[in-house]
Design a protein around this ligand. Structure first.
Ligand SMILES: NC(=O)C1=CN([C@@H]2O[C@H](COP(=O)(O)OP(=O)(O)OC[C@H]3O[C@@H](n4cnc5c(N)ncnc54)[C@H](O)[C@@H]3O)[C@@H](O)[C@H]2O)C=CC1
Ligand SMILES: O=C(O)[C@H]1O[C@H](OP(=O)(O)OP(=O)(O)OC[C@H]2O[C@@H](n3ccc(=O)[nH]c3=O)[C@H](O)[C@@H]2O)[C@H](O)[C@@H](O)[C@@H]1O
Length: 433
């Protein structure tokens, strides 16, 4: 099949590459000429494990190409994916200007039947708006399908190639058949393609992300309670996670959820609810808990230093919003840095992949280190903000020698409390005695 993917970011590039991998011919369109130039010349633009190999192979084999020209991209394509940004507007609602702007252009370019697929996360009713935007300029036959994406950054290729489920919102039989053919290679192991109406598909995406965010905020509150009551959240997590009805995953407390999606999607669902006069009480609390949790570790640090952070210097391990990505959108580490700098402290950070992106945002307001150990020089304490694997079993002797004081504030509960304290460290983590 010949496909077009409009928007070549985290979702678009993974989507385009994975569809090319199953034999389709994919043209990725992006407005960013520099990005298109890099990708066309074989340079990958994001860090995503496993993606580079597939990208290189499909580019070489001619199944994947990149352009800034939407008209050229649309030529001969049967299906057109929209993987465009839907950032939060000022009032928290999803900004649909990218999606509707491109839909308007598509309407002017269509000459024959195509299926236009919303892969971006969009509020209920967007498929109808996309349909209307195209129909303004094109009176022929076309279908608009809602096909939300559930991939996680860091494991995006695996999530895309072996999805738990594929959700397709359409009432058109013609579009259903096409989508079924397109996704057949990805669900061979028996995971379902779930067909539904467009609105339900759109809401499914927000419900999934909001439910996962709720799990995290719930556990962050349990962690707060553990700290006050002297219980251990790791034990509570294991104790409840073994119940199939609850499940083991997404029960890790920490420094709040970040990333480009949970924060914005929770906000957008609250806003959508408000628009239909529904007060989504749980989600308001989920968001409030997350805001507080992002600075919980800083509160601990302030308490430890009796609010005297001026002149203190911290080593920070981890900047990305989670491991195995270079993405720093809404990364909790950035909130921690802001709070430390505002209190007069200085920071030297290390992250295996995200330093360039942070440098672009923060300039030289913090220092960066080329490896995790040299970040520790002259630091009063180590702060851990992202659970990269290489941070999990550090050489504690080196930490002891390099740090000014054997002090660790761990926002991701990486180490065994008794072990680290046994080595003579002052060690604080989240929700553990
Ligand atoms: N990042 C993720 O893990 C996931 C994101 N999503 C959703 O997918 C959508 C896209 O997210 P990301 O890929 O993270 O965004 P992104 O910001 O990484 O990529 C968006 C791309 O669209 C391009 N673009 C903007 N305007 C354009 C235009 N008029 N024509 C062509 N290209 C244009 C940008 O240059 C950029 O390359 C969002 O709605 C997001 O909520 C859904 C699941 C996972
Ligand atoms: O819509 C999206 O963009 C995507 O959002 C999330 O994926 P992602 O943001 O890549 O990352 P997650 O692994 O979900 O982590 C999100 C945040 O929650 C935090 N988290 C996660 C799990 C947990 O137990 N505890 C916890 O604090 C992470 O540290 C991170 O800051 C969803 O997991 C994907 O299914 C969805 O497609």
């Amino acid at each position: 099949m010949k496909l077009t993917v409009v928007g070549t970011g985290y979702v678009g590039l993974v989507t385009g590459t994975c569809f090319a991998e199953t034999g389709n011919f994919v043209t990725c369109v992006d407005i960013d000429a520099k990005k298109v130039e890099k990708l066309s010349s074989g340079e990958i633009t994001i860090f995503e494990p496993g993606l580079e190999k597939l990208f290189a192979r499909n580019l070489k084999d001619g199944r994947l190409q990149f352009t800034t020209d939407l008209a050229a991209g649309l030529e001969d394509a049967e299906v057109v994916f929209l993987a465009l940004p839907t950032p939060p507007g000022e009032d928290g609602s999803a900004d649909l200007s990218y999606i509707l702007g491109v839909s308007d252009s598509i309407g002017k370019l269509l000459k024959d039947y195509k299926v236009i697929i919303d892969k971006s996360t969009v509020p209920v009713g967007t498929a109808a708006k996309v349909h209307a935007a195209i129909a303004k300029n094109y009176s022929g036959e076309f279908d608009v399908v809602s096909n939300p994406e559930f991939l996680r950054e860091g494991v995006a290729v695996d999530d895309f190639m072996k999805p738990d489920r594929v959700v397709i919102g359409t009432t058109s039989e013609r579009a259903q058949k096409l989508m079924n053919d397109l996704y057949a290679p990805f669900v061979r192991q028996g995971n379902p393609i779930i067909f539904m109406d467009e609105k339900s598909a759109e809401l499914t995406k927000y419900a999934a992300n909001s439910f996962l965010a709720t799990k995290i905020s719930f556990m962050n509150e349990i962690a707060q309670l553990c700290e006050k009551l002297g219980a251990d959240v790791d034990m509570v997590r294991k104790g409840i996670g073994t119940d199939d009805r609850i499940g083991k995953r997404f029960l890790f407390p920490g420094i709040g959820y970040g990333g480009s999606c949970f924060p914005k999607d929770v906000k957008a669902l609250i806003k959508s609810s408000t628009e239909v006069a529904y007060d989504f009480k749980i989600l308001n609390a989920v968001e409030e808990v997350n805001e507080l949790q992002k600075l919980h570790l800083v509160s601990k640090i302030k308490t430890y230093y009796k609010d005297a952070l001026k002149g203190k210097h911290f080593a920070l391990w981890g900047l990305a919003f989670k491991p195995n990505t270079d993405d720093i959108r809404e990364a909790p580490a950035l909130y921690i840095i802001d709070a430390l700098l505002a209190a007069g402290a200085t920071v030297t950070a290390f992250d295996p992949e995200a330093m360039k992106n942070v440098q672009r945002v923060l300039g030289d307001s913090i220092a960066f280190s080329n490896d995790q150990y040299s970040a520790l020089h002259h630091a009063d304490a180590l702060i851990i903000a992202t659970e990269w694997n290489e941070f999990r079993t550090p050489v504690f002797d080196k930490l002891a020698t390099l740090l000014k004081s054997k002090t660790i504030f761990d926002g991701r509960n990486l180490f065994d409390v008794d072990y680290v304290r046994g080595l003579g460290f002052y060690y604080e983590s989240i929700g553990r005695p």
